[in-house]
Design a protein. Structure first.
Length: 146
């Protein structure tokens, strides 16, 4: 088994290191901030986020210091602005987001809201469908067009 060999200064910098997804591993530093390293241990995306997810479909969810969520690419560029109360990973080309009114909707990888934030609850898409709950507390399924 091969182990990555980090420089001492890198090795002691992180309190948590997760598995690699799409070539980058999520890390958390001693201040509790998240960033990403490559397989050589080089910090590619600085530890500046309150929270972060692993990369999925080319993007990772991040939470900024104002506690809002958005998405970055593998170069650390914020490609979907941090403006959501909550956001989850992409599944089948769509990501679940929660707006300021606590309603769920879905965005594409360009940040376009393709399914409006109007649901009390929504699941991730699987096999082309997502479970949603409307304001009358009734459940149903939607396709990727809503």
């Amino acid at each position: 088994m091969d182990f990555l060999k980090f420089e001492d200064s890198i090795e002691n910098k992180y309190v948590d290191i997760w598995s690699f997804y799409e070539g980058l591993a999520r890390v958390r530093n001693r201040e509790g901030l998240y960033g990403f390293i490559n397989k050589e241990g080089k910090e590619i995306i600085p530890c500046k986020y309150k929270d972060a997810s692993d990369f999925q479909e080319g993007l990772a969810v991040v939470q900024n210091k104002k506690y809002l969520y958005g998405f970055i690419n593998n170069e650390g560029k914020e490609v979907i602005p941090c403006k959501y109360e909550y956001a989850l990973d992409f599944h089948e080309g769509l990501a679940r987001v929660l707006n300021a009114e606590d309603l769920y909707g879905f965005i594409n990888n360009e940040g376009k809201e393709v399914i409006p934030c109007k649901y009390e609850y929504a699941s991730d898409f699987q096999e082309g469908l997502a479970v949603v709950q409307n304001k009358k507390y009734l459940y149903g399924f939607i396709n990727n067009e809503g």
